[in-house]
Write a protein that binds this ligand. Structure first.
Ligand SMILES: [Zn+2]
Length: 423
């Protein structure tokens, strides 16, 4: 018997409520969740007791800050000490339908079914190929369930074996593909190598592709060259927490689901940061099976709080900018390689770069070493716009740029190097 405990399904009306109204409702659900978890998950009770926080102290989402962040490393350790779930499972293990394992290793109980974001009749009666992995990790089975709920007929393809996938996609007249954009590109390429005209000989009409950075170019290619309609944009999904955010058709950031609370915190102190400030994503899922309250994902982003033009008022994550360990803190601001890559991509004249942080006379100094592809027309103007973009994106500035000869910066080296010595 599977007990379906669902405190909070994806609620479409909540997404469009005035922000304050939603906060109020989320606060009520949170009070309930914290009390429930305190009574049923001994690991959570211990964490709260240790921090001197009582369940009654958490009355709204702002109060969450009182609870120490649960790091992934903590969870690995807790699970080792107290297997399999480290005292965080709030139901008997026999109530679970499935158990997964994600890298760590961490055991994950199956809980919330993933709700579809698509119109009720979308995909109904069509054959869909699901190329997410079906074993150990939750992606394959979770999406399989969602597709079947949508009324699709699923071919559980799993990963790998491209030859077979091409054959099946052709023979079954597969209409929908689910998986990574790069795997779909591989399948198309393989089909073309075998002499097929993909657009004519195959029936693929739509693809639900995610899970990779920079999938936008491939999505564009699928749509324009092959007429494959690409559903949704980016999603932010983790093995521990499931889907946290996904983009709307405006595609300006990923909307945080109404079944989670997302905070952006200073990874060093756990302090909550303001809108647009960059820090670690900390997630509280409304989940009574496995209440990982204030789970530190180790991923870096910020929150856009202005309502979206699509009508939703939920906060958005612009994108995932990196992992906590990748950042270098310079004069109290974190600088991430993803940010600097983004800036540099706007300057085609840069062939390679590296930021080096040193600490002469007890003061942080950041020098940007740059290899150029050729001569610059107006060096002053160019440096000015580089400086401006850098300040805008990183909220920090470099002290100077040093131009170095081509081949000076070793390929594959870190883009930001911390060489500071503290006395
Ligand atoms: Zn939107």
């Amino acid at each position: 018997m599977t007990r379906k405990i669902e405190l909070f399904r994806r609620d479409k009306t909540l997404e469009r409520l005035p922000i304050e109204e939603r906060e109020k409702q989320m606060g009520k659900k949170l009070q309930h969740l914290v009390k429930y978890a305190y009574q049923n998950a001994p690991g959570f009770k211990e964490r709260l007791d240790k921090a001197g926080v009582r369940p009654g102290d958490i009355r709204n989402t702002k109060d969450l800050e009182k609870i120490p962040v649960l790091r992934k490393d903590d969870l690995v350790r807790l699970q080792k000490e107290n297997p399999p779930f480290g005292g965080y499972l709030a139901v008997p293990i026999s109530d679970l339908e499935r158990i997964y394992q994600s890298p760590g290793p961490i055991y994950d109980p199956q809980r919330r079914p993933m709700a579809s974001d698509y119109p009720p009749d979308f995909g109904k009666g069509q054959v869909v190929m699901n190329t997410w992995s079906y074993h150990i990790t939750p992606a394959g089975l979770g999406i399989d369930q969602m597709l079947r709920d949508m009324g699709c007929t699923v071919f559980p393809a799993g990963t790998g074996n491209t030859e077979l996938q091409v054959q099946v996609m052709h023979d079954l007249k597969v209409a929908g593909f689910v998986g990574t954009p790069s795997f779909l590109a591989t399948i198309i390429k393989k089909a073309e190598e075998r002499g097929y005209d993909f657009k004519k000989d195959f029936n693929l009409r739509w693809a639900m592709v995610s899970g990779e950075m920079g999938g936008d170019l491939l999505r564009k290619m699928f749509q324009e060259k092959y007429g494959i309609f690409c559903l949704g944009g980016d999603s932010y999904i983790t093995a521990d927490l499931g889907r946290i955010a996904s983009s709307c058709d405006k595609n300006i950031g990923m909307h945080v689901g109404t079944d989670v609370i997302v905070e952006i915190v200073d990874a060093a102190t756990g302090k909550v940061l303001g809108p647009n400030e960059i820090g670690e994503i900390v997630v509280t899922p409304f989940d009574e099976v496995y209440p990982l309250i204030r789970f530190g994902t180790g991923d870096i982003s910020s929150l856009i709080v202005e309502p979206c033009t699509c009508g939703r008022t939920t906060p958005r994550l612009p994108k995932i900018m990196g992992r906590v360990g990748d950042a270098v803190r310079v004069r109290a601001m974190f600088v991430y390689p993803r940010q600097t890559d983004e800036i540099v991509s706007r300057f085609p004249e840069i062939a390679a770069y590296q930021l080096v942080v040193t600490r002469p006379e007890n003061r942080d100094e950041m020098v940007m070493y740059v290899e150029l592809t050729g001569e610059l027309d107006d060096r002053e103007k160019w440096l000015e716009s580089l400086d401006k973009d850098f300040r805008n994106v990183c909220k920090a500035r470099f002290d100077k740029v040093e131009f170095v000869a081509r081949g000076t910066i070793p390929a594959g080296e870190k883009r930001i190097i911390d060489k500071r010595v503290y006395y």
